[in-house]
Ligand binder design. Structure first.
Ligand SMILES: C[S@@+](CC[C@H](N)C(=O)[O-])C[C@H]1O[C@@H](n2cnc3c(N)ncnc32)[C@H](O)[C@@H]1O
Length: 466
């Protein structure tokens, strides 16, 4: 028996860090709400209480916010990929700026005089060059299907995880994040698999042949496709790739992996090439990069160009600099800057990323780049300094957790003139700015919007030695 729905009226005033809107009921109770935007007054259906706060979703809008726009995507509300699609782009930018200002003033306790206006993304949609989809026999059923008690439907899906569930997949027919080639490949592949009665993965019982699909695309509308299967059934695998080869000449690189594990992670799987090139090629302005099946690469290429150009502008290189590029991934920032400086030393803990960094340096005919595999915390020491020389500029682009305090202490000890901090999390960046503050002051700082329609914010800053 279905439980009785609890409805409340909520005035929405802000957004949480996860991108849900937040507001209060007429009695003053705080509610996190899906499907609303700040400024809306709405009737909200309460779903559950988590850590003492009610979570719910908009049932009916009573008064619309001025910042509300019509989402372009038919899957909005269900897929959770771009939760800010119903908020105008200028309002998204203003909110992101506010998050950065709040972090700087509340956590770093620094003045915001150095803050420059957020760098907007010229392309609000179709900006991603990589998407990962999941095959599943547990399709998320749309509310209208549930209402009509339709039980005898095809439950196979190829799409994105339904937020808040581990087993349900929202079947995607059109995603506005990647060029349309991605939609065409995904939809054709799904239809092929359905018409050939191939089994979609059942995550509860761990059976089913088809598991995951990654599509990477480049600026020349070429694609790298990687599919994972639960078993090494060569006749089906080869048939699938023949179908793709015959129908999509744009796929210039095709790989598969066999995943017999219970989880979907790729890092420990061997990727086997079926046909085409080893890598997809892409450019960031003058710099060229190879993107392999497992390489991490900036997912918004056009905005990565803006971000790296900003790093270069802030650093004002003279040509003599020894640059440490910490948390360097596939070496993309260091390689972009290498023709402007004397040497680049990149450090990254994922060995495959360092392999790609070395390939990328060669591709760009660079002989002044060294790339080392390991934990920054372990490698940043006097031995490194005596081998490669003290850095004039240190670039850090850490993961969301920010920089370990010991690494900050060691960077301060190395005493570079400039530190360029690229961050994907303003609150950990603000915490780290506070630790650098005894020796370095923020000279310039600019938020960069790499991911329109989402709550994610990047920022680039330059700290100068006091
Ligand atoms: C935000 S990414 C930056 C990648 C790169 N700078 C770029 O723009 O493509 C952070 C990188 O730091 C690496 N990483 C995380 N913790 C690390 C650590 N303790 N030591 C070395 N690398 C680390 C991750 O593997 C990831 O590649």
């Amino acid at each position: 028996m279905r439980r009785k729905e609890k409805l409340v009226t909520v005035q929405l005033t802000g957004l949480t860090h996860k991108g849900e809107s937040v507001g209060r009921t007429e009695e003053g109770v705080v509610v996190f709400v899906q499907g609303g935007v700040p400024g809306d007054k709405a009737i909200v259906s309460l779903a559950r209480k988590r850590k003492g706060v009610w979570n719910g979703f908009v049932k009916e809008i009573l008064t619309e916010s001025q910042n509300r726009v019509i989402p372009v995507c038919q899957h909005f509300n269900y897929c959770g990929g771009c939760s800010w699609q119903n908020l105008s782009y200028p309002a998204q930018l203003a909110l992101k700026e506010k998050v950065v200002i709040d972090s700087l003033t509340r956590i770093a306790k620094v003045s915001v005089n150095s803050l420059e206006p957020i760098l907007a993304c010229n392309q609000e949609y179709y900006y991603r060059n990589k998407l990962e989809f999941t095959f599943s026999n547990r399709r998320w059923l749309l509310p209208e299907e549930l209402q009509n008690d339709v039980i005898d439907v095809n439950k196979n899906a190829l799409g994105f995880h339904r937020p808040g569930t581990f087993d349900k997949i929202v079947d995607i027919s059109q995603c506005h994040l990647q060029i349309d080639l991605s939609n065409q490949i995904r939809n054709s592949l799904k239809n092929y698999c359905l018409s050939n009665n191939l089994s979609f993965y059942d995550v509860k019982n761990h059976v089913g042949f088809l598991r995951n699909l990654i599509i990477k695309t480049n600026e020349n509308e070429q694609a790298l496709v990687l599919i994972s299967f639960s078993e090494d059934n060569q006749s089906e695998i080869q048939s699938i790739f023949s179908f793709l080869k015959n129908n999509f000449p744009q796929i210039c690189s095709a790989y598969y992996a066999i995943n017999t594990k219970k989880n979907d992670s790729w890092f420990d799987l061997q990727c086997i090439k079926v046909y085409g090139e080893d890598y997809l090629l892409t450019n960031l302005h003058h710099a060229k990069y190879c993107i392999g099946p497992k390489s991490f690469f900036q997912t918004n290429r056009l905005q990565a160009e803006q971000l790296y150009a900003l790093v270069k502008k802030y650093a004002e290189f003279q040509g003599h600099e020894n640059v440490y590029d910490l948390y360097c991934g596939v070496g993309s920032i260091g390689i972009y800057l290498a023709d402007q400086v004397k040497n680049v030393i990149g450090i990254e803990e994922i060995p495959e990323a360092i392999d790609d960094a070395k390939i990328n340096a060669k591709l760009n005919n660079l002989t002044n780049c060294s790339f080392l595999t390991g934990d920054v915390k372990a490698l940043l020491n006097d031995e490194l300094k005596s081998k490669f020389g003290a850095p004039d500029v240190v670039i850090v682009d850490p993961p969301r957790v920010g920089i370990h305090p010991d690494v900050i202490a060691e960077i301060i000890n190395f005493a570079p003139m400039k530190i360029i901090y690229v961050s994907c999390n303003p609150s950990t960046a603000a915490r780290d700015f506070a630790l650098f503050d005894e020796a370095y002051q923020i000279e310039r700082l600019r938020p960069v919007d790499m991911f329109p329609m989402t709550n994610h914010i990047e920022l680039v800053s330059i700290l100068i030695r006091r």
